[in-house]
Design a binder for this molecule. Sequence first.
Ligand code: RIB
Ligand code: CA
Length: 313
Amino acid sequence: MAPRKIIIDTDPGQDDAFAILLALASPEDLEVLGICAVAGNVPLALTQRNSRIVCELAGRREVRVFAGCEAPLKRKLVTAEYVHGKTGLDGPVLAEPTMPLQPGHAVDFIIDTLRREPVGTVTLCPLGPLTNIATAFLKAPDIVGRVQEIVLMGGAYFEVGNVTPTAEFNIYVDPEAAEIVFKSGVPLVVMPLDVTHKALTSRRWIEGLRSMGTEVGRVAADWADFFERFDVSKYGSDGGPLHDPCVIAYLINPDLFTGRRINVEIETRSELTLGMTVADWWGVTGRPANALFMGALDARGFFDLLTERLARL
Ligand code: RIB
Ligand code: CA
């Protein structure tokens, strides 16, 4: 079967970096048409730089990287240097990228690609705030019906929020964009904290990366070491949650995940619960299901896949 065509929309972030590496290490499964940077974990100037650093680390200098939106649709940008460090990829010492940033805006790349590729053949993989995706839908409504599926990392329900008591970071940063995407009618697969908090790194797994003896293994281990410290201290968890690679792992092996098709709406008015994914897990509203909302993960299978693919780079 031909590899699935995807566009990765991202705000690297160490966990985004793992997701991008996993995608680029899986050419038999995924054809990465382009990578779109968005402001999120750190400002756009860094997320576009970091996207190129990860592509170069994977030995894929030909991948097209575009800069997208530098601020949410209606709100001031909220960043997460307290989690990812001031560069967004803190941990290892990294050289500046030398591969080019593509001319043109990421939103126009998304629009042009969806108009060019056959209907229903391109999957969007947002790993950060949904600003680029929503902006593309607003600018070119004709592309909405052309999207095969959106598989995104964002939201939380039973696991509650990580940036406020009710909101997960990607949704909280741009709730208006999330509302547009969740109401778009595009088939959605959602990887909320409910499932990503089960993708916890371990010392043994990180040491396994280091023992690969490759540049990718060393850098990835340094990222994992740095990334886990925040969640370990905040949640007392045994390791750091690899949120964004859940999106790519699902595309490669959906059987690693289980969830439920439910209605999910986004809180955009209440300051108290702004950015909450109001997940109707028990079907009490009668609102139509718009998302496959994941809740369970085969963690052993997930990390085995990640190890096997990273070892290829
Ligand atoms: O809440 C976790 C999400 O926010 C991840 O995508 C992480 O990279 C940050 O963007
Ligand atoms: Ca991210």
